[in-house]
Design a protein around this ligand. Sequence first.
Ligand SMILES: Nc1ncnc2c1ncn2[C@@H]1O[C@H](COP(=O)(O)OP(=O)(O)OP(=O)(O)O)[C@@H](O)[C@H]1O
Ligand SMILES: [Mg+2]
Length: 252
Amino acid sequence: MRTQGEELITVSGLSAGYGTVPVIRSVDFTVHTGEIFAVVGGNGAGKTTLLSTISGLLHPTSGSVRLAGTDITGWSPERIVAHGLVHIPEGRRLFTGLTVAEHLRLGLWNVPNRRKVERERTDRVVDLFPVLGERMDAYAEVLSGGEQQMLAIGQALMREPRVLLLDEPSIGLAPVIIQRVFAVVDRLREQNLTVILVEQRVNQALALADRGLVMRHGRIEVVGTAAELAEDPVLRAAYLGAAVAGEQRNKE
Ligand SMILES: Nc1ncnc2c1ncn2[C@@H]1O[C@H](COP(=O)(O)OP(=O)(O)OP(=O)(O)O)[C@@H](O)[C@H]1O
Ligand SMILES: [Mg+2]
């Protein structure tokens, strides 16, 4: 197993929901620098809500989130991004009418010295995703689903974040493309980037992850190393259901 880096994200007693409806309840876990941390669980378990609460899109009703020792609870999403945590939402959320190059440039929004770093960072993204280099002037809406996911990740990487929150990057992609996206996540780990990966493809996510957790009805059911989770009887039973649900959604 990998040696653990320092504690980078510490989630303590985190609860949040929509209006008066609670969704996640008393969630506690830590993620270390350089880890790929998988968050798995069935539809409606609260995975997206958890990511949104960490990235400041939702305000917690109680509990806290610390990033590299700084309490970021209640910070605006913009301030959290500037502090090095970037959330790539479910469904990629690209802009129609903007090209690949424009999306990458947009990733540098608010970055100091962005004109100076643009070329070097673009080169780094293209090195990870050569297909983006070939399609710099293409509009986002004409890209394939896989290319769009790569662009969404590439745009986030332009900021050189410390932490990436990645919500279901495999949705709607063919298996061979999913493998390519996961291979890139694996390479990000080599660069000491920390990734929280929400996935319905439990098998593949655990093969990639160092540690992770299983959510159910807004609570953590198990947290541990990827190997421990893969052995967990509750997850193994639930996983078959989740895998089928994921496959059905991918056919839509
Ligand atoms: N914007 C919202 N307003 C009200 N309720 C919401 C909203 N988003 C999600 N919920 C509810 O919160 C619960 C958790 O949803 P969430 O999207 O966090 O689950 P998830 O684990 O990401 O599911 P999926 O695998 O389908 O993406 C569900 O019961 C859902 O209906
Ligand atoms: Mg979700």
